[in-house]
Design a protein around this ligand. Structure first.
Ligand code: SF4
Ligand code: SF4
Length: 445
């Protein structure tokens, strides 16, 4: 007996697992921080249970580069594995077409022939869309939980009227999902999805794909044209089980095609047919090189090694950068006034607007100091409190004696620190401006 494959069962099992993981992730919190959350509302990014303020989005380049390199890597290695095993479009289509329309409402005769026209059950077809809509609604909400955490989401639900934008987004998204899955169908993969268009440039001869073995099955298509129904001497018996089952309505025996989502349903179908002749499937998940040379697939090759090196470098960069996360932020801006000379004209004052941001989880009292012996702080004299996660704007006035003037301006460092935690501090530089010496001396005479 040939080896009967059941990729469909493996894929559906994987979908269940993946759905549970995607559903649960937004609920997992450690010390109030999520595994992943990009909150525009609270201006923060939670990553691996560490919270970063949007002022600290220096992590984003690492994440984006890692995401793109990972897509290149996985596509080069396993082809359109995402389309078949992870894409919500594929998962929803199986739920809608195979479960709701075929099993529940019997609109289609069976899963094994997707080329049959649907039965003329107009009410059943409308009912199938209605049954699918709540799934779209849950999926849209689940997606939003990565941006609005569930603990806030369910509170907002109680005050529905105050969050119409959020619930409007969910409504639009859920309607789009329903429209896409019930009307656009696999045309989305073939004509809209950008990933389908660009993935072919990431392929090489070692990339895993769904391939019909012409050397065994026989040549059916030449230059895209069908030259025979049943190849003479080939093992393909022209049963077309692989064509009938294909959700994107293509014939894989024609060669690799943009529409193929690598779902491997044709491989399962052919393995059942060929098993009767004690032969393995003519369609398999392999590479063009593997089919030609019968050599085992090489996972570690030049391109994949380069991708792995870049991924590791980015990951190390991400960990090191995340590790140096600041627990307080300080932004110094000068006011429009360059300086003021005080009444008795022995002093010059510079004013600044300083924004303090306590990015830690506790409230702290902060204090300022200028790391320069010639300059002192006129205001604020006392320490000040900044609540956990909040920002505070302070007018800060620095003072220097006029006799200390040596040049027009001076670079200075200002240190802000928490009085109750010596690990929380930051130092920022700015400039202190003096009047020209001649000018104030003349003024004094
Ligand atoms: S299922 Fe296999 S044997 Fe049947 S037509 Fe397709 S490739 Fe040929
Ligand atoms: S050709 Fe095969 S792998 Fe590709 S979409 Fe059709 S059934 Fe799926």
């Amino acid at each position: 007996m040939g080896n009967i494959t059941n990729y469909f069962k493996k894929r559906t099992t994987f979908y269940v697992l993946l759905t549970c993981i995607i559903f649960i992730i937004p609920f997992i919190r450690i010390n109030g921080n999520h595994l992943f959350l990009l909150s525009f509302d609270k201006q923060k990014l939670d990553l691996f249970f560490i919270s970063f303020n949007t002022n600290e989005l220096y992590l984003m380049p690492f994440l984006l580069i890692m995401m793109f390199v990972f897509i290149f890597f996985i596509t080069n290695l396993l082809g359109r594995v995402w389309c078949a095993w992870g894409c919500p479009q594929t998962i929803f289509r199986i739920i809608f077409r195979d479960l709701i329309q075929t099993k529940l409402f019997r609109i289609y005769s069976g899963r094994k022939n997707k080329q049959n026209k649907p039965r003329n059950k107009i009410f059943a077809r409308i009912a199938s869309v209605i049954v699918f809509y709540p799934i779209s609604l849950i999926a849209a909400s689940n997606f939003l939980w990565y941006f609005v955490p569930p603990e806030d989401f369910f509170t907002y639900l109680d005050h529905f009227n105050e969050h119409l934008l959020l619930f409007g987004i969910i409504l639009c998204l859920s309607l789009f999902i329903t429209f896409d899955i019930t009307f656009i169908k696999e045309n989305f993969c073939a004509y809209i999805c950008p990933y389908a268009r660009i993935q072919s440039v990431m392929f090489d001869n070692d990339t895993k794909s769904v391939i019909y073995d012409e050397s065994r099955g026989g040549i059916i298509y030449k230059d895209g044209e069908k030259i025979t129904k049943k190849p003479i001497g080939g093992e393909c018996i022209a049963c077309e089980a692989c064509v009938k089952i294909c959700p994107t309505h293509i014939d894989i025996r024609k060669g690799m095609q943009l529409d193929c989502i690598n779902c491997l349903e044709c491989a399962d179908a052919c393995s059942n047919v060929q098993a009767r002749f004690n032969r393995p499937s003519l369609i398999s998940w392999s590479s063009t090189k593997e089919i030609k040379t019968k050599e085992k697939l090489k996972f570690f090759r030049f391109r994949t090694i380069i991708y792995i090196i870049v991924l590791c470098a980015m990951f190390i960069g991400l960990v090191l950068t995340a590790g140096s996360k600041e627990t307080m932020l300080m932004n110094i801006n000068r006011t429009t006034e360059l300086y003021t000379i005080n009444k008795d004209e022995n002093y010059v004052d510079n004013a600044y607007v300083i924004l303090f941001h306590n990015t830690s989880k506790q409230d702290h009292r902060f204090y300022l100091e200028v790391l320069d012996d010639d300059i002192s702080i006129l205001k604020p004299k006392k320490d000040f409190r900044v609540k956990a996660g909040e920002k505070l704007k302070q007018i800060v006035i620095l003072r220097s004696e006029l006799k200390k003037v040596k040049k027009h301006h001076k670079h200075i460092n200002i240190r802000a620190y928490a009085l109750d935690d010596d690990k929380i501090f930051t130092i920022k530089d700015t400039i202190f401006i003096y009047p020209k010496e001649k000018k104030w001396k003349e003024k004094k005479k």
